[in-house]
Design a binder for this molecule. Structure first.
Ligand code: ZN
Length: 316
């Protein structure tokens, strides 16, 4: 009798203490697959993107891989509703998704689902109107002035430039400085105003509807490196129905992912898209205006070379 009362008390104590300390993890679907070209190796970037979320300690991540271009889509029916946010490392052409997959995804976001578009995910689905409303702007896959204006920052304002031309360009993968234009958003709050990203593709000439889009951060696209001479959007947030979207153009390959600036904004952006809040703190090794910052545990494996074929930029 006595032991059972003690047991009950201990049991009650444990039951009482556990829920207070452990908030339920944020449920994340990390979507990947397709990308026919040699440049975006989702098979090698997805494990790093997953690990960054795992390391944050607040997410529970499932990887969902879409069928290849000639694959069987009849059984591809992602259960979006199981997740608070979908992170996309997925690029595919318009014809790949059926109307029913599209409308289920639109409904999920419109009803308050979160979405994160990483790098080439903004190449996907050039003519899917609702997808382009979600990402704000995109590039390649035939996008041009009919997709919307080219958005860039000029004299402290976001400018929609309707001049005709193709959408999507970048120069060599040099380090570039990211400038935060909105410093009171949960994602950019407490970050240095300017910070240096490692060698990566600086996306430029992105076009789209740009509705309900706030550009948080930009980078100057250098004409000497095939750039536009404009301050191009790097981090964006977009509202679509009740859904929140975080769009980062950074993250071409494993070398580009190993940037504490990328990691931090990606973790914070994913948390924000899921919950509307950010609890992730800015780490002490965040890059400075003139100094990149990488982490040894995120170094690409020995002997790795970028799928683009150029030598990997030196790690600092
Ligand atoms: Zn790329």
């Amino acid at each position: 009798m006595r032991t059972s009362i003690i047991g009950m008390l201990l049991g009650a104590g444990l039951a009482f203490s556990l829920p207070i300390s452990a908030a339920p993890p944020i449920r994340v679907m990390l979507l990947d697959g397709e990308q026919a070209g040699a440049y975006h190796a989702w098979q090698e970037t997805t494990p790093y993107l997953k690990r960054m979320l795992d390391d944050a300690g607040i997410f529970q991540v499932d990887v969902v891989t879409a069928p290849p271009r000639d694959g069987d889509f009849s059984t591809f029916k992602p259960d979006w509703s199981k997740y608070q946010v979908v992170v996309s490392n997925y690029d595919a052409p318009d014809e790949r998704w059926s109307d029913s997959i599209r409308s289920s995804f639109e409904q999920y976001i419109r009803n308050g689902g979160g979405f994160v578009s990483v790098h080439a995910a903004d190449n996907a689905f050039a003519n899917w109107k609702e997808y382009n409303l979600m990402i704000g702007v995109g590039g390649w896959r035939g996008r041009n002035e009919k997709s919307g204006p080219h958005f860039y920052y000029q004299e402290g304002k976001l400018v929609p430039d309707p001049a005709p031309g193709p959408a999507g360009s970048h120069g060599a993968r040099n380090p570039f400085k990211v400038v935060n234009r909105v410093t009171d958003h949960p994602i950019t709050m407490d970050l240095p105003r300017e910070w240096l990203h490692v060698g990566d593709e600086l996306y430029a000439n992105l076009r789209g509807p740009g509705e309900n889009m706030t550009v948080l951060s930009t980078a100057s696209s250098d004409p000497a490196n095939r750039g536009t001479g404009h301050d191009e959007p790097i981090l964006m947030v977009i509202a679509y129905g009740k859904g929140r979207i975080f769009h980062t153009v950074m993250g071409h390959d494993l070398a580009a992912l190993n940037c504490v600036g990328f990691m931090t904004t990606y973790q914070r952006g994913t948390e924000w898209a899921a919950t509307g809040k950010v609890t992730e703190k800015v780490p002490r090794d965040f890059p400075l205006a003139d100094k990149t910052s990488t982490r040894r545990e995120y170094d690409p494996p020995p002997g790795w070379t970028s799928p683009g074929g150029r030598p990997r930029p030196p790690s600092k």
